[in-house]
Write a protein that binds this ligand. Structure first.
Ligand SMILES: C[S@@+](CC[C@H](N)C(=O)[O-])C[C@H]1O[C@@H](n2cnc3c(N)ncnc32)[C@H](O)[C@@H]1O
Length: 271
């Protein structure tokens, strides 16, 4: 088994062979989209590339383990992933601030995050990822008196005071901009660095403390950072040695990093 809580430099398509069968609880896969000028993004057909990843991931995921695969709207079109993993949700990561420059078609203003599991998902901690209800109180009271809500299978849980299920359109987490305090470098805008809150939602929903999370395209190390903060074990793969260094620096300076923009509880409370 490969060493955990470490970023390994190399091609994930090779390194993945070093991971034992059914040993991973969650995979966060933010790899090639097949659309940018980055050399690693020039991979030919994105759907075939993703199908190959799905096959590789299905071997190493535990039963009930989850995969979040990032891409553009068409990233899993016309491929048959069903022999390997179940598709639970197509999550739309909505980015309303994206410049709407399209002239001959609707401008694309979302990324797709395909949420899979190996069989029936084993961890889905909804309470840890609830978001504020936007329903006004009066409307909420009226709804709570509707017989189907009062007597229905889920009773009043639809109006949980702790917040609601985030749903499958995530418009509440903004893409990083050049003004974001957590952005490490302008070069990492859009194509590379993902917001901590986005990865946090995924890690909290589908893993527990001490679970093992794999990020095969770890980039600047956002998944590793979130795992370290929330006491998950992780394995990160990254082909670019400079980015491995960026990740390692980020993990070393985790408290400084998280203090910048982000309300930190666990790590800072424990120091
Ligand atoms: C979209 S970025 C990941 C960004 C990351 N989620 C973050 O928040 O920083 C994809 C990364 O995968 C790396 N990469 C591309 N192909 C790879 C491969 N075959 N094996 C390992 N890493 C690869 C790239 O160098 C790049 O850093």
């Amino acid at each position: 088994m490969i060493e955990i809580n470490k970023i390994h430099q190399g091609d994930c398509l090779d390194l993945i062979n070093k991971i034992n069968d059914e040993s991973i609880d969650l995979i966060v896969c933010d790899g090639p989209y097949g659309i940018t000028q980055n050399s690693w993004d020039k991979i030919g057909g994105i759907q075939e590339y993703n199908l190959n990843l799905i096959k590789l991931f299905s071997r190493i995921l535990k039963k009930g383990g989850a995969l979040y695969l990032f891409g553009k709207a068409n990233c899993i079109d016309f491929i048959d992933y069903r022999p390997y993993l179940n598709l639970n949700s197509k999550i739309i990561w909505y980015q309303p601030s994206r410049l709407a420059q399209g002239r001959t078609n609707y401008t694309n203003n979302y990324d797709l995050i395909a949420y899979f599991s190996k069989g029936k998902v084993k961890t889905f901690d909804l309470n840890s990822i609830r978001i504020p209800q936007l329903v006004e109180l009066e409307h909420r009271r009226r709804c709570e008196n509707v017989p189907s809500v009062v007597n229905g299978r889920f009773h009043k849980t639809k109006f949980n005071d702790k917040g609601k299920n985030p749903g499958n359109v995530w418009g509440d987490i903004k893409q990083l901009t050049y003004k974001s305090k957590e952005l490490l470098d302008r070069n990492f805008l859009n194509t590379i660095q993902k917001p901590i809150k986005l990865i946090e939602r995924i890690v909290k929903a589908n893993s527990k403390e001490n679970d093992l999370v794999l990020d095969p395209f770890v980039g600047t190390g956002t998944t590793a950072l979130v795992c370290k903060n929330f006491k998950r074990n992780f394995i990160g793969f990254e082909i670019d040695s400079k980015l491995v260094e960026v990740c390692n620096n980020r993990l070393r300076d985790i408290n400084v990093e998280l203090k910048k923009e982000y309300n930190l509880f666990s790590v800072l409370d424990n120091v």
